[in-house]
Design a binder for this molecule. Sequence first.
Ligand SMILES: NC(=O)c1ccc[n+]([C@@H]2O[C@H](COP(=O)([O-])OP(=O)(O)OC[C@H]3O[C@@H](n4cnc5c(N)ncnc54)[C@H](OP(=O)(O)O)[C@@H]3O)[C@@H](O)[C@H]2O)c1
Length: 276
Amino acid sequence: MAAVSSEADGRTRALADGNEIPLVGLGVWQVPDGRECEEAVAWALEAGYRHIDTAQAYGNERSVGKALRDSGLPREDVFITTKFYPARQDPEAEAQRSLERLGVDSLDLYIVHWPQGGPTWAWDGMQRAHERGYARSIGVSNFSASELDAVFAIADVHPVVNQIQFSPFEYRRGLLDACDGRRVAVEAYSPLGTGRHLGDAQVADIAERVGRTPAQVLIRWAVQRDLIVLPKSTHRERIEQNAQVFDFELSEADVATLDGLDRTNGTDRALESLWW
Ligand SMILES: NC(=O)c1ccc[n+]([C@@H]2O[C@H](COP(=O)([O-])OP(=O)(O)OC[C@H]3O[C@@H](n4cnc5c(N)ncnc54)[C@H](OP(=O)(O)O)[C@@H]3O)[C@@H](O)[C@H]2O)c1
């Protein structure tokens, strides 16, 4: 299988702290530790991805680290995110454990996975992880606009990312505006609705007309919204396909049609129901 064009490598944006992040990253939620995860990450790196999104809660940091080492790529060429599991107590200590499992000296991005126990208690430990050099950038995930405000009110080092459920069907305009206003980059998780959005008739219509797949249309929508986007797949051809989104453009009319699929009423909340 031919590798994705090197264009995928060059697609980055600068975070508010100056660090560069590739726009498309491979997500590995629900990918079992071991061969399946190692292969998915290896295929992604071969296909030109330079950004992998894992988490302490996913239990697969070791496989991500192994695939990264086996790839032979220089460490600084690949952007690695992991997430603090907020059922634990100490973000600094947990960052050290993540570094050991991943086999790297520092994380590119370390984010609070969700605001369990309130939005602010973990931030001091996140800042310590940053100060000690365990993480080059720090951020949050699943934080609403008001939860983000609470962190900004107490932070010395501001979060530079909010990773949230985001797609045309979850087009959280209020939260996106709140993030933009604070120079917090939005990372779109579940951009394919964990697969659920791929069968939508309007997405399929657009895909057929532009000669792409529904997955590529949904990922391209996020890229045109200047978001960082984290599709997940464990299939090689899909991993490759999901990165091939820089050689076509959706028209304004198609973007508007996709915008109209929103079911959140443009909310500034991160989730409709909490899982913690
Ligand atoms: N911060 C958080 O709380 C949070 C929560 C959820 C997700 N995330 C992050 O976001 C990432 C992505 O979200 P997600 O895992 O919910 O799923 P997603 O990327 O929205 O969708 C993945 C699903 O779509 C299928 N798929 C992927 N590409 C496809 C293609 N080209 N054609 C057909 N089917 C395709 C996958 O199947 P196969 O794998 O079988 O190919 C899988 O079933 C996660 O892995 C994780 O890194 C973060």
